[in-house]
Design a protein around this ligand. Structure first.
Ligand SMILES: [Zn+2]
Length: 118
């Protein structure tokens, strides 16, 4: 099991940080149920390189403010790991945002987006 490590901070701080650095395309923010967020782009964290798939073979499990990546199906050695990102944005679900997070995993049950609840 892999821990999704990084720097825990508030959404507000994480967002302003990402605005400042102008990062696009890759989001390593992992929202916690307590309202905080783990910024996986800080510190050493291999779990942040998990790719998104609508039907994933791993899932993120939150336990007491920490996030672990857990396999949900049998994974062959060398098989790529996927989680369903369920990304959230700050309310605006514009066509541009949806295009940026469009999913092309190719699965027959593909939802067409990496955004949560879309
Ligand atoms: Zn997909």
């Amino acid at each position: 099991m892999l821990e999704y490590t990084g720097t825990v901070m508030s959404w507000k701080r994480a967002k302003s940080r990402h605005r400042r650095f102008g990062e696009e395309g890759h989001t390593f923010l992992f929202g916690l149920s307590n309202g905080g967020v783990i910024d996986g782009s800080l510190g050493c964290n291999s779990a942040r390189w998990l790719n998104h798939a609508c039907v994933a073979n791993c899932e993120a499990v939150e336990d007491d403010g920490r996030v672990y990546i857990q396999a949900v199906s049998d994974i062959e050695p060398g098989e790529e790991l996927f989680i369903a990102y369920g990304l959230t944005t700050d309310g605006r679900s514009s066509a541009a945002v949806r295009a940026q997070y469009a999913c092309r995993c190719g699965h027959r049950r593909c939802r067409g987006t990496m955004l949560a609840g879309a």
